[in-house]
Write a protein that binds this ligand. Structure first.
Ligand code: FRU
Length: 548
């Protein structure tokens, strides 16, 4: 439906105004609740009361003058036929304009917007941050995520939901878990309870159980909800919260439960004040504290990986939200670090999580990270970076975590051309015509002739910025495996608003948003002290939205 049709759709709504708050009842006959937004106004409380459901006031930038910048929406399919009550500040024209519609506003334009990333997941509207509850189940990859459906900035945390058959083509589904009277829904994970240890499902139809943090001004606690219909609807557990430790830690910061199966019990890694705690459970309901590893902040991960692909030699990886990790051993109760802290990735990535329940026949450890990247002029904010496969490799510096795009990404890529042994000038001539492509993959090997610096830039932004003298790469310490090597390889993914770079076979990676403000129309440019581009391949990357 076009924005201009919205005014027409308003006719017929009854507005009951009180002294300070207006109350309106809406019978939900259409699929979408449409909420006007204007960033010129502060947030106001809007209560949306759905029969039989608890609610938490939403904080919404209603355009008090009635002039919406854009329209946010909530999918009401599951509430159809019910009468909801909306309460908002009296006289607020934006509040009066909240309505229901059969289609989302400007549905024709979705995924065709000028700054919509073309092969990265973004939400149709609103803000996203951390990936949550990543799980493979019944032929579908599930991507839940921190989502504010009501504007493009962080607030009103819910679990958004999308599914994909291949980790690339995502279909956004209705919000999976909404805030309630206990608080908003922060990050967490999901498991499939195959043996029905929780009693929520059955062995025939095992429950998908979601663990999340309830955030309230008073405290953060851990909670769960379960789904018996492949994540389409969740029922919150009556006994929530299941873990409440804010007194113990004298901290508001206890959050982001990551649950997985270890042998005959369940394990939860959860960030509490200064590091990651381990809890265990037999039934997913009752949890016992076991150990704590200091030195990590937010979004715990803990998983086992084969070293150099050898299943008889494994290490456990523990990480937090920032892209740093420790290696060690884990006996199901305690993680014992046997390494220092290392960084495998940097830049825009944050709060990366790995999938649970990947079939043993596949056996990969697949990760998705949040890209802290905005898209100028768009009604949506943030993105998911490319899914990557994690592995452990023995290097000269010890065992290190490697991250490379999953092989499915190859299916989007078509070679444009391959070149070898190009001088800097020749490489620039080859690259120049592709400078305004908004989907491009560049595989390049740079050979330095002096131990100084070498770079590849676009629009004045350094995509690769290697300083051999200082041993830095785009601001991070980076030394190739052969420190005397004058060579560096880069696998670069350019999308409309982002750049992702994988160095030397995934030994280090980073990402960043493209600089729209600073664009000077400068083409690709290799620069250095007589650089050779020993190999170069350019590839087209298909849009994942074309078939939507
Ligand atoms: C990390 C984080 C998590 C929290 C969530 C809230 O980005 O701060 O710790 O659960 O975001 O949106």
């Amino acid at each position: 439906m076009k924005v201009t049709q919205i005014a027409a759709a308003l006719i017929g709504l009854s507005v009951v105004a009180g002294a300070t708050a207006a109350e309106r009842k809406i019978k939900v006959t259409d699929r979408y609740l449409v909420v006007p937004v204007s960033h010129k106004f502060d947030r106001v409380d809007v209560r949306m009361m759905i029969p039989g459901q608890e609610y938490m006031p939403l904080k919404v930038r209603l355009p008090a003058d009635g002039k919406a910048e854009y329209y946010a929406f909530r999918d009401m399919e599951q509430i159809k036929g019910k009468t909801i009550t909306l309460v908002y500040p009296d006289g607020n024209l934006g509040g009066e304009a909240i309505t229901t519609m059969p289609e989302i506003p400007q549905s024709d334009n979705i995924y065709k917007e000028p700054n919509r990333p073309q092969y990265h997941f973004t939400t149709r509207c609103g803000w996203i941050n951390d990936p949550n509850g990543l799980i493979y189940h019944d032929g579908e990859y599930h991507l839940f995520y921190q989502h504010n459906p009501y504007e493009r900035d962080w607030e009103n945390m819910t679990w958004g939901h999308a599914v994909s058959p291949d980790l690339l083509h995502w279909t956004e589904l209705p919000t999976a878990i909404h805030p309630d009277s206990l608080g908003t829904i922060f990050s967490g994970s999901t498991v499939i309870d195959r043996d029905n240890s929780s009693g929520f499902g059955s062995k025939k139809n095992p429950a998908m159980v979601a663990f999340y943090t309830i955030d309230s001004p008073a405290k953060q606690t851990q909670a769960m909800a379960y789904s018996l219909d492949r994540g389409r609807t969740f029922k919150k557990y009556q006994g929530n919260p299941i873990i409440d430790t804010h007194e113990k830690w004298q901290s508001h910061d206890t959050r982001d439960p990551k649950v997985f199966r270890y042998g005959d019990h369940w394990v939860m890694a959860v960030n509490e004040r200064d590091g990651h705690s381990i809890y265990t459970s037999e039934n997913l309901r009752d949890w016992t504290f076991r150990s704590h590893t200091t030195g990590f902040w937010e979004c715990p991960e803990l998983f086992e990986l084969a070293v150099d692909g050898n299943p008889d030699k494994t290490k456990w990886v523990m990480y937090g939200a920032s892209g740093t990790y420790m290696l060690g051993d884990f006996d199901g109760y305690e993680f014992k670090s046997s390494s220092g802290k290392h960084r495998y990735t940097g830049g825009s990535i944050y709060a990366a999580q790995t999938f649970n329940n990947i079939p043993a026949s596949d056996g990969r450890r697949i990760q998705i990270g949040w890209g802290r990247i905005s898209h100028p002029g768009m009604n949506f904010n943030g993105m998911m970076l490319l899914p990557t496969e994690l592995s452990l490799r023995t290097t000269k510096d010890g065992i290190r975590l490697i991250s490379n795009p999953v092989r499915e990404v190859e299916s989007l890529c078509t070679s444009i051309g391959k070149w070898s042994n190009l001088s800097q000038e020749e490489a620039n001539n080859v690259m120049r015509p592709y400078s305004d492509r908004d989907r491009l993959r560049i595989k390049a090997t740079l050979m330095l002739s002096h131990a100084t610096d070498a770079s590849l830039s676009l629009d004045g932004q350094r995509i690769v910025d290697y300083d051999m003298n200082n041993t830095t790469l785009n601001g991070y310490h980076y030394s190739p495996q052969d420190p005397t090597s004058m060579e560096l390889t880069a696998d670069i993914f350019i999308d409309r608003t982002s750049v992702e770079v994988f160095i030397d076979g995934g030994l280090f990676s980073y990402s960043f948003g493209r600089d729209f403000a600073g664009r000077r129309g400068q083409p690709f440019e290799f620069r250095g002290n007589r650089l050779t581009v020993t190999s170069l391949e350019l590839m087209d990357v298909a849009s994942v939205w074309d078939r939507q």
